[in-house]
Every structure is written in C-alpha cells, then in structure tokens.
Design a protein around this ligand. Sequence first.
Ligand code: DLZ
Length: 159
Amino acid sequence: MATENKNLSNYDKNALPNAKDFRFGFVVSEWNDDVTEGLYKGAYDALIDCGAINENIVRWNVPGSFELIFGAKKMHEEVHVDVVIVIGSLIKGETLHFEYICEGVVQGIKEMNLMYQIPTIFCVLTDNNKQQSLDRSGGIYGNKGVEAAISAIKMIALG
Ligand code: DLZ
C-alpha cells in the first residue's frame, strides 16, 4: 500500500509560503464522519500552523462523497476562495456501489480541475475497511488531511 510506512503528516512549513492571505474552501462528506472529521481536523490544524486565519476558511458539509462534486462546483461558483478541498471517506462494501461512487467522484473532481482556474484538492480516502481509513485520518499512518492542506498551499502558490 502506498501510504504504509509513510507518515502523511510530515511537512516542512519553512519551505512553504505563509498562508495568511490565502482563502480556503472545504466541502466535507458526512458519510463515515469519524474519518472525515479526523481528516478535516488534520487539514485545518495544518493550515493554521502554516499561517492561515480562521476567517479565511469556509466549510460546507454534504451528505456523502458523491455530493462532493456538486458541493465543490457550487463553492467554485459562489464563494471567493483560492482553493477548494474536498474531504470524503469511501469504504468498500459487498456490492459494486463503492467502485461506481469512487469512479464518479474521481472523474467529477478531475473535471473540476480542468474547468476552473482555481484548483480542487482531492482528499477522499478509498479503503477496504474502516481501520485502514482511521489509520490515515489521524492514526498510525498520520493524516491525509494534512497532506491535502499542504498540497492546497503549494497549488495556490503555483499562481
Ligand atoms: C451509498 C453510499 C455507500 C454505500 N457508501 C458510501 C461510503 O462509503 N462513503 C460515502 O461517502 N458515501 C457513501 N454512500 C453515499 C453516496 O456517496 C451518496 O451520498 C448517495 O449515493 C446519495 O447520492
């Protein structure tokens, strides 16, 4: 597994631009909220640590990962932000539903990166079981939300 033996929370904030003037938009899925809240907390804390201010961070909730697509599109079109970060947790079940939703969400977010001038950062865990997701949302492998926050800062700085 790509993240095994890698701590997702490691970053060097001295190598990053200060985020104090950047505006961040989050769209967070409520499915598996023990995982998505961990991801959001990791991302939020990393942004604050890198200089972002609370007033410049907007958060919307949506019911499930599939709704991240519409939520992110609406945020791009209606809110003045420099980046949109989508947070979700898809956990494999016994049917093909997981595969279809994963495919739909990945394609939807990919298209948004082609459509808008502002980047959309993909922070959606796709795991075989809940433990794998917990391990990556503030557990033994760190927090993928932190990685998403650092990616967001780097993508804003890209211009
Ligand atoms: C229906 C569904 C299932 C089976 N599993 C998940 C999941 O693991 N993670 C997640 O974020 N959402 C799941 N959903 C809900 C869909 O994303 C969506 O909210 C519904 O299909 C309604 O459009």
